[in-house]
Design a protein around this ligand. Structure first.
Ligand SMILES: CC(=O)N[C@H]1[C@@H](OP(=O)(O)OP(=O)(O)OC[C@H]2O[C@@H](n3ccc(=O)[nH]c3=O)[C@H](O)[C@@H]2O)O[C@H](CO)[C@@H](O)[C@@H]1O
Length: 362
C-alpha cells in the first residue's frame, strides 16, 4: 500500500511544527508515494517553515483563547466556527487515511472534524504537562504518543504509548564535521563556541543575559552563536562581531549543535529532546511563563540525572557566572553531563510513532 494520504496538524511555535515535519519525513521514507497535507494557523510560523520543508500547508483562521476580555477573544467563537467549517471541507476533500496532531490551537478544529468523520487520529504530546488542545481531543483519538512518564493523569491509560519526541533525522545523525559547522558560522576553530538558543521564537531574558555579558564571554575566550528570535533581531543585530554571530532563527540546527562546545537554552520539549541526542554541556534557563511551569519540569528531568544544569530566570543575576564557570573549568563535569544526557536520548521516537500510525490505519 503506497497511496496513503496523511494530514498533519499542529503549530503556533516550532515546538509543535518540527515534530510534525519529522513524522512526515519518516512516513514519506516508508511510503514514497503517500500524499501529505499540513494544517496550521494562518500567520503563524508553520506557514513559512512547512513549505520550506517541502510540504503543502493550509492555514485556519484560529488563535488561542486569551485569559483577558479582548477583541481577539470576542472574535474567538467566530474564528472557531469558521475553522471547524474549513477543517470539515479539508478532511472531506483530502480523505486522509490517518490524521496526526502535534498540539497547538490549530490542530483542535482539524482533529475534531477528522474524529467526527471517523478518520483514525493519533496525538503526539511533547511535554510532561498536557496542552489544552490535546486534553480536549483525548477521548476521540486512537493513540497518544508521549515523551514522559506519568501522563495517565491527563490521558486514558490504554491510549498512551511512550515513544519520546520526534526529532528531525538530520539532528539525530548530525552528519557535519566541526570544521564545516564553524566555517558555516564564520567562526574560529581555535576558540570554544557557546550556542545560545531562545526557543523557536527567541527569549527576552536570555537575550538580555547575552547582551549584558558579551565582554564576559570574550574574557573567557568564547565565541558565540546567538539565536535571538525573529521579533528581537532588530534590537540585537548590531551586536554582531567577529566573535558574536547574531541570528534571528537558525535554519541549520545540525551545524549549530555540531559547532557548539557549550549550550545555553530554553527548555522547550523539543530543545530538551534534541539536546539529549547532541550530548553537549547544557545550561537550561526555562521560560517561567508557560502553562504549569512545564519547561522547568522538562529541564529537571535532565538535572535529576546530572545531565544538565538549570538556572531559573529569577536566579540569573546571583548564580549565572558561578554555575557557568564551574562547568567551563571542569573537564570532568563536562564529560559527566555529556554522558548522562546522551543516556536519556530516545533516538527511535519518530520510527516508534510511525509504527503506531501504521497500526491505526490497518
Ligand atoms: C514559549 C513556549 O510556549 N514554548 C513552548 C514551545 O517551545 P518552542 O517552540 O521553543 O519549542 P521546542 O523547544 O519544543 O522546539 C523548538 C524547535 O525549533 C527548532 N529551532 C529553534 C530555534 C532555531 O533557531 N531554529 C530551529 O530550528 C529546534 O531545533 C526545535 O526543533 O513548544 C514546546 C513544545 O510543545 C514547549 O515545551 C514550550 O514550552
Amino acid at each position: 500500500m503506497g497511496n496513503y494520504r496523511f494530514i498533519l496538524s499542529g503549530g503556533g511555535t516550532g515546538g509543535h511544527i518540527y515534530p510534525a515535519i519529522a513524522i512526515a519525513n519518516e512516513l514519506k521514507r516508508r511510503y514514497p508515494d503517500a500524499e501529505f497535507l499540513f494544517v496550521g494557523a494562518k500567520d503563524r510560523m508553520e506557514m513559512e517553515k512547512v513549505p520550506q520543508a517541502g510540504y503543502k500547508i493550509e492555514g485556519l483562521w484560529i488563535t488561542g483563547i486569551q485569559r483577558k476580555l479582548t477583541l481577539k477573544n470576542l472574535l474567538f467563537p467566530i474564528k472557531l466556527i469558521s475553522s471547524l467549517m474549513k477543517a470539515n471541507s479539508i478532511v472531506s476533500k483530502f480523505k486522509p487515511h490517518a490524521v496526526i496532531g502535534t498540539g497547538g490551537f490549530a490542530s483542535g478544529p482539524l482533529l475534531k472534524m477528522a474524529t467526527v468523520k471517523g478518520v483514525p487520529c493519533l496525538l503526539q504530546e511533547q511535554n510532561s504537562f498536557a496542552g489544552i488542545t490535546n486534553k480536549l481531543l483525548k477521548d476521540k483519538v486512537e493513540k497518544i504518543c508521549v515523551a514522559y512518564d506519568g501522563m495517565e493523569q491527563f490521558f486514558p491509560k490504554d491510549k498512551i504509548v511512550k515513544t519520546g519526541n520526534p526529532v528531525r533525522s538530520d539532528l539525530v545523525t548530525l552528519n557535519v564535521t566541526k570544521s564545516e559547522a564553524l566555517d558555516y558560522f564564520e567562526l574560529d576553530s581555535n576558540r570554544k563556541t557557546l550556542l545560545v538558543l531562545g526557543g523557536s521564537l527567541g527569549a527576552r531574558r536570555i537575550n538580555q543575559l547575552v547582551a549584558d555579558n558579551m565582554a564576559y564571554f570574550e574574557s573567557l575566550g568564547l565565541q558565540v552563536i546567538w539565536q535571538c528570535g525573529k521579533g528581537y533581531y532588530d534590537t540585537y543585530k548590531g551586536n554582531q562581531s567577529a566573535t558574536i554571530k547574531v541570528h534571528a532563527f537558525l535554519n541549520s540546527m545540525d551545524k549549530a549543535y555540531v559547532a557548539a562546545d557549550f549550550i545555553i537554552s530554553r527548555a522547550g520539549a523539543g530543545a530538551v529532546s534534541e539536546l539529549c541526542l547532541v550530548g553537549k554541556p547544557t545550561f537550561f534557563i526555562p521560560s517561567p511563563v508557560v502553562a504549569e511551569d512545564h519547561q522547568t519540569k522538562n529541564a529537571l528531568s535532565l538535572v535529576g540525572h546530572d545531565a544538565a544544569v538549570m538556572i531559573r530566570e529569577s536566579e540569573l543575576d546571583e548564580k549565572f557566572k558561578g554555575e557557568f564557570e564551574a562547568v567551563l573549568n571542569s573537564a570532568e563535569k563536562q564529560a559527566t553531563l555529556s554522558k548522562n544526557s546522551k543516556a536519556l536520548a530516545l533516538p527511535n521516537a519518530t520510527a516508534d510513532i510511525c509504527d503506531e500510525i501504521e497500526k491505526i490505519i490497518r
